[in-house]
Design a protein around this ligand. Structure first.
Ligand code: DC
Length: 644
């Protein structure tokens, strides 16, 4: 499975331009097509659903011009599609299928609307019933109540009143409302049952108003459009950014200092999820808003827990569940039963994954309660749910973590993690790679001490793996066996001390035998894979110095400073010789030199993560340098790298 490892974050600040809202994008495209005049649509969401709508409009003879980027020009057809007979394929795009059905059923023409198999399992009967009351001629080509559909020219009944159910999906009402002006008559729509997802109907009404059609309404029960209402192009329409997507960045600003500013939604937004900002403000965040932007900053004393009814912002409320990890006290999110029937059972998924990180979580049928605790690294599963992936990225302020299947964000925000990286600052890494006995361990440990950073002796992990395998009677060449040992290594690093299964290891991993074993197990891809996340979990605040062979190339490729630290083989053999003699071991210089050369060859010629100087690594040859000189050089380079 694909994964993304996030280092611990230090801060967040910056500006993000949000991708366009999906709900608004497809409404605007259809109304622009039905309007009189040309409409320039700017900041359209690039997604499957919008692509299906654009294709359909083209097939209907509407002039569609790509202006570059996310900008399009739609030549409106004044309510009469030039192509009077067509078969349209709409994939699995519900936001294209429902409103196009309504519009094409009333506009007069001979059309067939189809989708993928899954689309043919999604009900459309309530909408068809409504359209038939107006005189539309709709035939089910497959099962009754489901696509595919055949549409023939309607005989519109004047003075119509349409009854439509509002308690299943608000999309049927949206489709009907947008199509009403095409009848040329005064028509009223009466909602049967309690209307759900009211904010989405607000979006529909606001978009229709933008195109010059005013819907008269009596609360949420009755809506009517007068005869003679026609869509007029407003010229240029900017599609608002997606308000649910804004929630992650506002939360980043509230947790990570900020300000983080999102552009594309603001006080003038017609999307219900902008109310998320108010919830964040209740947690103490400092929120500023303009007509088309919002920004969040962290409060002086940190965030505080809230107890909130989240029924009006079910999607954005998920972001509060992970923001709660950074709020003093216990946060309760109530009235969120709908979470259980979304992309996944979001209450269960959220609780399971929060617990993996060490948080205290209580869940009920329609609520979740989160109490912060010291968090630990974990691999987070995302359940094919874009919002799980985006929500858990916030937890990186507390601990490094792994996000499994990060590409699931593509549903609404394909480049989420790129934008995320742009506005966050990760704990920095100084990656020091080089051959055995080059002195990099000593240099790395001293650099770490000077900066107050953590220190990762990655070679020790391979040595520990070799030792643990030997103790368990697993041969060093047994890839699966050694990888299992590596994955389960019970090791604790405390300063210079290393404990394996609770017992101090000392020099047992520094013998020549274990050195050879380490070099052998390090050549096994499965072993390297098993140790990868364990190494990345050291990437905590305020920073890390890692030493090894592949720190800069594989483990920390984004390290702001990479050093390739080396010395001639002779100088290194001599250093090792002195070390061994000082420790009271017997040693033979020519043997040491030849061992070292063999290990160099194995480490640099193996196929996985071979030792080599990265193109962006600085070369530090210590043959003629003292340790102090080498340390100073690394610190100077780091100061320079941090400055830039
Ligand atoms: O740095 P060291 O001598 O303690 O490393 C022991 C072995 O582990 C060495 O043969 C190379 C291997 N190693 C590696 O392959 N990748 C690392 N990042 C660190 C060490």
């Amino acid at each position: 499975m694909e994964f993304l490892d996030l280092p611990q974050l230090l801060s967040a600040a910056g500006t993000v331009r949000l991708p366009g809202s999906k709900s608004i994008s497809n409404r605007v495209l259809l109304l622009a097509a039905l309007a009189e005049g040309e409409t320039e649509v700017r900041d359209l969401l690039a997604s499957d659903d919008t692509e299906r709508m654009l294709e359909a409009l083209q097939a209907l003879g509407v002039g569609v011009t790509h202006l570059g980027g996310e900008h399009w020009k739609i030549a409106g057809c004044g309510g009469r599609f030039p192509v009077k007979a067509a078969e349209l394929f709409l994939g699995n795009a519900g936001t294209a299928f429902r409103p196009l059905t309504a519009a094409l059923a009333l506009v007069g023409g001979d059309y067939v609307l189809k989708g993928v198999a899954r689309m043919h399992e999604r009900p459309i009967g309530d909408l068809v019933d409504g359209l038939r009351q107006l005189g539309a001629d709709v035939t089910y080509l497959g099962n009754d109540g489901y696509p595919p559909l055949q549409l023939k020219p309607a005989t519109i009944r004047p003075g119509g009143v349409v009854k439509v159910r509002g308690d299943v999906s608000s999309q049927f009402l949206t489709g009907l409302l947008m199509a009403l002006p095409l009848t040329g008559e005064t028509v009223a729509v009466e909602v049967v049952g309690e209307l759900i997802s009211k904010p989405y109907i607000e979006i529909t009404l606001a978009t229709m108003a933008r195109f010059g059609v005013v819907v008269e309404r009596d609360g949420w029960q009755r809506f009517s459009v007068r005869a003679g209402s026609r869509y007029q192009s407003p010229g240029t329409v900017y599609v608002e950014g997606d308000a649910s997507s804004a929630s992650y960045f506002l939360a980043l600003g509230a947790i990570g200092g900020g300000p983080v500013r999102v552009e594309g939604v603001g006080a003038d937004s017609i999307q219900g999820d902008v109310k998320f900002a108010e919830a964040l403000a209740q947690m103490g965040a400092i929120i500023e808003t303009g007509p088309n932007w919002m920004a969040a900053r962290a409060p002086e004393g940190g965030l505080v827990a809230v107890d909130l009814d989240c029924n009006h912002i079910p999607d954005a409320a998920m972001t509060l569940a992970t923001a709660a990890l950074f709020a003093k006290g216990t946060t309760t999110l109530r009235n969120i039963a709908s979470w259980r029937v979304k992309e996944t059972d979001r209450i269960a998924a959220m609780a399971t994954e929060l617990r993996k990180l060490g948080a205290q979580v209580e869940e009920g049928a329609d609520y979740i309660r989160v109490t912060p605790a010291p968090l630990k690294p974990a691999a987070i599963d995302t359940y094919d749910d874009h919002r799980m992936a985006m929500c858990f990225s916030l937890a990186a302020f507390a601990t490094p973590l792994r996000i499994n299947d990060p590409k699931c964000v593509g549903k609404t925000f394909p480049d989420y993690f790129e934008r995320f990286a742009e506005v966050t600052r990760a704990a920095p890494v100084i990656a020091i790679d080089g051959p055995s006995a080059s002195g990099k361990g000593t240099v790395a440990a001293r650099v770490a001490a000077a900066l107050g950073f953590a220190y990762l002796d990655s070679g020790a992990l391979y040595r520990l793996t070799a030792l643990a395998a030997q103790r368990a009677g697993v041969a060093w060449g047994d890839e699966a066996g050694v990888a299992a040992i590596a994955a389960g290594l019970d090791v604790v690093f405390t300063g210079e001390d290393i404990r394996l299964a609770g017992v101090l290891v000392g020099d047992a991993i520094r013998t020549e035998e274990i050195s050879a074993g380490a070099s052998k197990v390090a050549a096994l891809p499965a072993v390297r894979e098993a140790l990868l996340f364990r190494q990345r979990a050291f990437n905590t605040a305020p920073g890390l110095v890692g030493d090894g062979r592949d720190m800069g190339s594989v483990v920390f490729p984004r390290a702001p400073l990479k050093v390739f630290l080396t010395a001639t083989a002779e100088a290194r053999a001599e250093r090792r010789y002195k070390q061994l003699i000082e420790k009271g071991f017997s040693a033979n210089l020519p043997d040491l030199l030849s061992d070292l050369q063999q290990r160099d060859a194995r480490d640099s010629q193996r196929s996985v993560a071979p030792l080599r100087q990265e193109a962006d690594a600085r070369l530090l040859d210590t043959t003629h340098l003292t340790i102090e000189q080498a340390v100073k050089q690394v610190l100077d380079w780091f100061a320079e790298a941090s400055f830039h």
